[in-house]
Design a binder for this molecule. Structure first.
Ligand SMILES: Nc1ncnc2c1ncn2[C@@H]1O[C@H](COP(=O)(O)OP(=O)(O)OP(=O)(O)O)[C@@H](O)[C@H]1O
Length: 309
C-alpha cells in the first residue's frame, strides 16, 4: 500500500531560519496522526508544504506514491486542507460559500448539504458567514476541507474555538473518516485532542521532529518508577549492573531518590528483584507519564508556551 504522505529531509528555510528542518515521516491510509508542537514549531509550515501552498527549500514529498509538484491538480484534488485561519466571503451564507468553493474546484455541489449536516451546521447554514462564531467558522472550514471527499486531510488546529459538544462531534467525525480509510494529519497544541483521538503522534519542536510513534509506546518509554530503599547505594549498583532485569532502562539519582525508566506494572517485580538481594523498598512510586509531561520533556515547554515543569 502506498503511503498517503511520505516526506524525506523536508526543509523550509526563511532566511537563516529553518521553519522545518529535515523532517522525515510517513502517513498511511486509515491513520489519524497528531502533529503536536508549541507555537512556532513548524506545524503550519509542514501542512502548507504538504498541501502544495508552500514550496519546500529542499527535501521530497510524495503523496500516494507520486512526487508532489506544485501545480499537480490531480494529486492535490485528493488533499483537503483546513487552514489555521479560514477565509470565506463574509456576506454569503455558509452554504453559499461552500457552493462557491465547490464550483471553483469542480466538485459536485450535491454533497454540500450532507457535509453541513456531518459537521453540525445545518441550523446555521443559511446565515451570512460574518455572523458566525469562531466555532461555526471552524466547522464550515472543516466542511470545506471535506469537499470532494479527499483521501488525505490536513487539519490545522481543527477544534480551536469549539465548545465541548462541537469538539466531540469533530472527534467522532474524524474517527469515522479514518475508519473509512482517510489519512488524517491533525496539528494541535491541544493535548486533549490528540490524546483522545490519535493513536500516533509526531512531536515537532523548532522545526525538528523530536518524537514520532504510537502514543502508548511513547508514554511507556517515558514511564518511570521513583524508589528509595533500605540500601540505595547497593540498589543503584545492582540496578545499573550487567545482571539487572531487561525491563529496566536508564537509572539516575534525582532529589535523593533512584529514578528508573520502567513501566509502572513492573513495580512488583522490582521489589521482588531487590528482595532477592536483601534490599527492601521504603518508597516506591510508579509514575505513568502523561502526554503533557512527555511533551514538556521533548520540547522543554508546556503547550501554553510556558517553560516546562
Ligand atoms: N512567511 C514566513 N516568513 C518568515 N518566517 C516565517 C514565515 N512563516 C513562518 N515563519 C516562521 O517559521 C516558524 C514556524 O512557523 P509555523 O507557523 O509553521 O509554526 P506553528 O507550529 O504552526 O506555530 P503556531 O502553533 O503558532 O501556529 C516560526 O518561527 C515562524 O515565525
Amino acid at each position: 500500500m502506498d503511503a498517503a504522505v511520505e516526506v524525506e529531509k523536508l526543509t523550509k528555510r526563511y532566511g537563516d531560519k529553518r521553519a522545518v528542518d529535515a523532517a522525515n515521516f510517513a502517513l498511511y491510509p486509515g491513520q489519524l496522526v497528531g502533529l503536536l508542537g508549541p507555537n512556532g514549531a513548524g506545524k503550519t509550515t509542514t501542512l502548507g508544504m504538504l498541501s502544495g501552498l508552500i514550496q519546500p527549500s529542499s527535501g521530497t514529498i510524495r503523496l500516494f506514491g507520486q512526487p508532489l509538484e506544485r501545480r499537480n491538480g490531480d494529486l492535490l484534488r485528493r488533499v483537503g486542507l483546513m487552514p489555521e485561519v479560514a477565509a470565506f466571503y463574509p456576506y454569503l451564507s455558509g452554504r453559499d460559500n461552500l457552493r462557491v468553493m465547490a464550483a471553483t474546484y469542480g466538485v459536485d455541489a450535491r454533497q454540500i448539504d450532507g457535509l453541513i449536516e456531518q459537521v453540525g451546521l445545518t441550523e446555521n447554514a443559511h446565515r451570512p458567514f460574518k455572523t458566525y462564531s469562531q466555532g461555526m467558522r471552524q466547522l464550515l472550514s472543516l466542511a470545506n476541507a471535506l469537499l470532494g471527499d479527499p483521501d488525505l486531510l490536513l487539519l490545522d488546529e481543527p477544534t480551536n474555538g469549539l465548545d465541548p459538544h462541537g469538539q466531540q462531534r469533530v472527534h467522532n467525525l474524524l474517527r469515522e473518516l479514518a475508519a473509512r480509510g482517510k489519512a488524517i494529519l491533525l496539528s494541535s497544541h491541544l493535548l486533549r485532542d490528540v490524546e483522545e483521538i490519535c493513536e500516533r503522534v509526531i512531536i515537532i519542536n523548532r522545526g525538528r521532529i523530536v518524537a514520532d510513534g504510537r502514543l502508548d509506546d511513547l508514554l511507556r518509554a517515558s514511564a518511570r518508577i521513583l524508589l528509595r530503599t533500605t540500601d540505595d547505594e547497593r540498589a543503584l549498583t545492582l540496578l545499573s549492573g550487567a545482571d539487572r532485569p531487561g525491563w529496566i532502562g536508564n537509572i539516575a539519582v534525582e532529589d535523593g531518590r533512584l529514578v528508573l525508566q520502567a513501566a509502572p506494572e513492573q513495580a512488583g517485580e522490582l521489589s521482588a528483584f531487590l528482595a532477592r538481594h536483601d534490599i527492601y523498598p521504603v518508597e516506591l512510586m510508579p509514575q505513568r507519564e502523561s502526554l503533557r509531561s512527555l511533551f514538556a520533556e521533548v520540547t522543554g515547554e508546556t503547550t501554553d508556551g510556558r517553560p516546562g515543569a
